[in-house]
Design a protein around this ligand. Structure first.
Ligand SMILES: Nc1ncnc2c1ncn2[C@@H]1O[C@H](COP(=O)(O)OP(=O)(O)OP(=O)(O)O)[C@@H](O)[C@H]1O
Ligand SMILES: CCCC(=O)O
Length: 352
């Protein structure tokens, strides 16, 4: 079966054609286009659409489309049918704007053009938090789950295989080190404790603040307003705010500068502290690290040194989102997973 996968990110659009069967997904073609930030989602959609339509024409035929879901509100993990309800939620940014919101609209357009089904797999707003992990300590401000669910769930399955056990049975704690930093505890195949990698909780990331002292948030918002504070903590903080770059390769090249090393040590320490904190919920059989940032050897060694006394650390650098998308579509098309519809399963409302 051939699957066309669409994965728009903040800095790029990743498109791939994959061959999938029971042994897994293999890339037949892949193209990654880099983009500068666009002024609006609508402008961004127009800009990416041409590339997607022309590659679809070049790569047809395919049996299904698989799209990275955007901010869809809290949902159970799994495969979703792309429909009008989903596309509207994405384009109107009902649960927030993110470039991944463009995936479903593009997939639906192609699905109609080529007469094939379209699916979203494990969107970033998958929320499987246990009730005890929703409580934040501030009334009316529950904790929320917004993480790299697609890559983390796919990698957790791989780690379970490496351990010779089943994903549904093995307690794991994993981190995705990417543009955002996601940390997750898996139990019984579910993400029972996570952070909000987009805004407000967890380790800092290339350009996001992660958890910060509340007094700073109050001051910044009072001084500059809500939108400026959102941009500051969500785009202009982390390595970008502290060192002037959100490219970890550049950070790696400057590690002999004391301030760069100190900031990198703080990042590695924060990731390790959050992972060990999650391990308090249940001792993991293994930790794992994934995402492009897991190619940063110095950071990985620092984290390993802090975790390995508690459990082995598995490292899977890079991201496997295209394979995860294609295998999700394959599961739906072969009847191994019953695809859900977004409006049937919603369980709560996520603010922005
Ligand atoms: N080989 C590498 N060594 C060190 N850092 C790397 C390497 N490759 C990429 N990175 C860094 O990893 C971070 C995430 O890069 P990526 O291109 O995956 O961004 P992204 O797609 O926006 O992230 P994500 O969707 O995973 O949040 C960037 O800071 C990037 O510089
Ligand atoms: C929340 C996962 C996606 C991202 O960090 O951009």
């Amino acid at each position: 079966m051939r699957v066309f996968a669409i994965n728009p990110g903040s800095t790029s659009t990743k498109l791939a054609l994959l061959e999938v069967d029971a042994d897994g997904a293999r890339l037949l073609r892949e193209e990654i286009a880099r983009h500068a930030p666009a002024p609006s989602l609508a402008a961004d959609l127009e800009r990416r659409r041409g590339q997607v339509l022309s590659l679809a024409e070049a790569w047809a035929p395919f049996d299904a489309l698989a799209a990275r879901g955007g901010l869809l509100g809290p949902l159970p993990a799994g495969v979703y049918v792309v429909d009008e309800v989903m596309v509207r939620a994405c384009l109107e940014a009902v649960h927030g704007a993110h470039p991944a919101n463009l995936a479903a609209p593009l997939a639906l357009e192609l699905a109609r053009r080529y007469g094939v089904p379209a699916f979203v797999v494990d969107p970033p707003t998958v929320d499987e938090l246990e009730e005890v992990n929703r409580i934040s300590g501030a009334p009316g401000v529950p904790r929320r789950s917004r993480v790299h669910a697609l890559n983390l769930r796919y990698t957790a399955r791989k780690v379970a295989d490496e351990l010779g056990t089943r994903f549904e049975e093995v307690p794991l704690v994993g981190a995705h080190l990417g543009g955002g930093t996601s940390v997750v505890r898996f139990a019984r195949g579910r993400m029972v404790d996570t952070n909000d990698a987009l805004l407000g909780e967890g380790p800092f990331s290339p350009n996001r603040a992660g958890t910060v002292p509340v007094y700073g948030v109050i001051e910044k918002t009072a001084r500059d307003g809500r939108q400026a504070a959102r941009n500051f903590f969500g785009r202009a903080s982390g390595f970008k705010g502290l060192l002037g770059t959100d490219d970890l390769r550049r950070v790696e090249a400057r590690l002999d500068e004391p301030q760069v090393r100190l900031t990198t040590d703080a990042y590695a320490l924060q990731v390790a502290k959050y992972m060990l904190g999650l391990a308090a919920g249940e001792r993991p059989q293994a930790f794992f690290l994934t995402g492009a940032g897991a190619r940063f050897g110095y950071v990985v060694r620092q984290i390993e040194a802090r975790l390995s006394w508690a459990a082995p650390v598995h490292v899977h650098p890079g991201e496997f989102e295209m394979q995860a998308l294609a295998t999700g579509a394959w599961r739906a098309l072969t009847g191994q997973e019953n695809p859900k519809r977004m409006d049937e399963v919603r369980h709560g409302s996520a603010g922005l």
